[in-house]
Design a protein around this ligand. Structure first.
Ligand code: GAR
Length: 208
């Protein structure tokens, strides 16, 4: 059984896709042991509790400095000894120590086709604003392993989504979520739970 902790900051639609995937059986052999948010008001916490999953807030605001927050966050994660940490719209930079101790056991969903529109400052709607400003005709979403860089880890899966001339950042965000994010994040978790994902020389190989 793959034990996962899901980290969230906002609405939690990707979390919901994971919860639904586990409930429906499209994600097998997986248990969401906890949901952690940096934001007490995150609707994602409500989604977790409604599904009977432990949901906790660990906020930098509650600590005197970043080092104290990092320690508290690492401790909270460690309590459950997860096999995989899933960043599903988690907008806090992870402690480097955590990334080092969970090598290739942390995944993130990003709402563009990496390496476009990623890195520092590209999160949430800003990604879609940038895609529209550049005039790309295709965007999408990427699931990748987390390394110590910003959106630089090995790519597990990507799905393309068409941009329409009449798109606003909001309509594009919605289409990228519906047509890409909510599909590929659960899919990747299922593949990892099935032992089908490995990383070799910085590249991901998926077996049948
Ligand atoms: C999602 O679009 C996710 O890809 C993005 O935040 C949103 C969270 O929505 N993540 C990033 O931008 C990470 N750089 P949700 O809370 O409804 O899942």
């Amino acid at each position: 059984m793959l034990k996962i902790v899901v980290c969230v900051s906002g609405g939690g639609t990707n979390l919901q896709a994971i919860i639904d995937g586990v409930a429906r059986g499209s994600i097998v052999n997986t248990k969401i042991v906890k949901v952690i948010s940096n934001n007490q008001g995150a609707y994602a916490l409500t989604r977790a509790r409604d599904a009977g999953i432990e949901a906790v807030c660990v906020s930098p605001k509650d600590y005197e400095n970043r080092a104290d927050f990092n320690q508290a966050f690492i401790q909270e994660i460690g309590k459950d000894e997860p096999d995989l940490i899933v960043l599903a719209g988690f907008l806090v930079t992870l402690p480097a120590e955590l990334i080092r101790s969970y090598g290739n056991r942390i995944i993130n969903i990003h709402p563009s086709l990496i390496p476009s529109f990623c890195g520092t400052g590209y999160y949430g709607l800003k990604v879609h604003e940038a895609a529209l400003a550049r005039g790309v005709k295709i965007t999408g979403a990427t699931v990748h392993f987390v390394d110590e860089g910003m959106d630089t880890g090995p790519i597990i899966m990507q799905k393309a989504v068409a941009v329409k001339e009449e798109d606003t950042p909001e309509t594009l965000q919605k289409r990228v979520m519906e047509e890409a994010e909510w599909l590929i994040l659960p899919w990747c978790i299922n593949l990892i739970a099935g032992g089908k994902v490995k990383v070799e020389q910085g590249r991901v190989l998926i077996s049948e």
